[in-house]
Design a protein around this ligand. Structure first.
Ligand code: 4AD
Ligand code: MG
Length: 435
């Protein structure tokens, strides 16, 4: 076949050129005696090809016959209007060249969720995963664009760390030569705070690891986290950054990926209302009152909100909820004690709509070094390990704040996933680490 330019299916449907060179994989196939219908797919879509025995050479017709599901091939053809075709067009084949004949493809019509996870490397080719991975790519871009436009520097913390930020129970310890006490990062935070004294406002999107023993639909052991930290950012501004970031992501996905959302059968009205409406903001105390009033939940003050309570709250609104001023004892050691009430912290969780759970965890940071030391000691930590971190409070300490957003959590909400495993190519959970 001549080396003409190959076009994407999407471009073909937009530009409608007379002659077409296209390459891709067999998506579906229907053989009749003198005519073969092949749906070809590439990264951009699917279109039907027609091979007519009376119009092509014997060799081409025989080659078309040989093609199995997921075989790769190239064609030359002519675009033709066809009202019955889903795309409104079909391509009549003039020439066809086989690249690889696929073995019997293991994914057919009936499959369990577990089986699709076993063959995830192949399932990535499905229209569903194709749509999800495009949206995921867009979400990553939106996060980067948002922070760069807001004058944040991209900054990277180590993944191998010698301290823990979010409590020892979800730490992955890794063998590190003959040393002990080396862990995979739970968050960039303790290595990000030192950098604000140099860069001011910083962000990152990086992997985070949590040895979560829970088999829920919203926990991964390896996740990607978008994090930000900024000198002189106060608690109010921090909440605004969280809201603006999420809205920026929603806008970008709604602008660019309506087609993919349609493939995923996502009801986008909830994405639209979350984009348009101000996020609901309430204190932890107010949330307890609402839960009591609307659902007759009696939650003891000081207990963390559980999944069921977050879910109930989220169903009252068609947008995100920012819950602030949690009890100090349920939150991390670095969160700033509220100067007006030492029992609570200037931290917030941003809860997604429709029961998608905590999307962002955030706080202004404690600036009192003695309070930090006391919190660490109460947690049973070896303070000497944290000495580098405490230096941030010894040398020119400033008010500062930051947050972390679970990328798979926000993606799950956007795509309307039943499980967070759908939001990442190769999910890692307590029981799933292959392929
Ligand atoms: O609330 P978390 O634990 O906050 C921190 O790690 C802070 N140090 C971040 C910061 O202030 N820089 O985690 C942040 C977010 C959660 O809100 C959630 O969206 C996500 O990370 N997350 C998980 N997502 C999937 N699976 C898990 N096991 C997750 N654990 C946290
Ligand atoms: Mg949290």
């Amino acid at each position: 076949m001549e080396q003409l330019e190959f076009m994407d299916i999407k471009d073909i449907l937009i530009k409608k050129p007379a002659q077409i060179n296209l390459r891709g994989w067999v998506y579906r196939k229907r053989d009749q005696k003198d005519i073969i219908f092949i749906s070809i797919r590439d990264h951009s879509g699917v279109i039907q090809l027609v091979v007519d025995n009376s119009k092509v050479s014997k060799e081409i017709f025989e080659n078309a016959k040989k093609l199995t599901i997921e075989s790769s091939f190239k064609i030359k053809g002519v675009l033709r209007k066809e009202q019955r075709a889903p795309e409104g067009y079909e391509i009549d084949i003039i020439d066809l060249e086989i690249i690889n004949i696929a073995e019997n493809y293991p994914i057919s019509k009936d499959f369990s969720e577990e089986f699709l996870l076993d063959v995830r490397h192949l399932w990535l080719r499905s229209r569903k995963m194709n749509a999800i991975l495009k949206i995921r790519s867009c979400v990553f871009k939106a996060v980067r664009d948002f922070f760069i436009e807001n004058k944040f520097y991209e900054y990277h913390s180590p993944i191998l760390q010698s301290v823990n930020c979010e409590g020892g129970s979800t730490l992955f310890e890794v063998p590190y030569f003959e040393k002990k006490g080396v862990f995979l990062s739970q968050t960039w935070q303790l290595y990000a705070e030192p950098a604000i004294f140099s860069l001011g406002k910083i962000f990152s999107i990086e992997p985070a690891f949590r040895a979560e023993k829970s088999k829920t639909t919203r926990h991964l052991t390896e996740l990607w986290m978008a994090e930000m930290e900024g000198a002189f950012i106060n608690f109010e501004e921090l909440q605004n950054y969280g809201e603006k970031l999420i809205k920026r992501i929603l806008k970008e996905v709604l602008d660019k990926h309506k087609e993919e959302l349609k493939i995923l059968k996502r009801d986008i009205s909830i994405l639209e209302s979350s984009l348009e409406k101000p996020f609901v903001r309430m204190t932890y105390d107010e949330s307890l009152n609402i839960l009591k009033e609307k659902f007759d939940f009696n939650i003891e003050w000081g207990k963390d909100l559980r999944t069921i309570e977050e879910d109930k709250l989220s169903k009252l609104y068609d947008t995100f909820i920012i819950i602030t001023h949690y009890p100090k004892k349920v939150k991390a050691f670095y969160m700033k004690e509220d100067p007006k009430n030492p029992e609570v912290v200037l931290g917030f969780d941003c809860i997604g709509p429709e029961g998608y759970g905590e999307i962002i965890g955030a706080s202004e940071r404690e600036s009192d070094i003695n309070k930090i030391k006391k919190n660490l000691l109460e947690q049973g930590e070896d303070i000497s390990q944290y000495d580098f971190y405490l230096d941030t409070r010894r040398y020119g300490s400033v008010p500062h704040s930051g947050f972390g957003m679970g990328m798979e959590r926000i993606i799950s909400f956007i795509i309307g996933a039943d499980t967070i495993k759908d939001a990442i190519a190769f999910p890692r959970t307590m029981v799933r680490y292959k392929p």
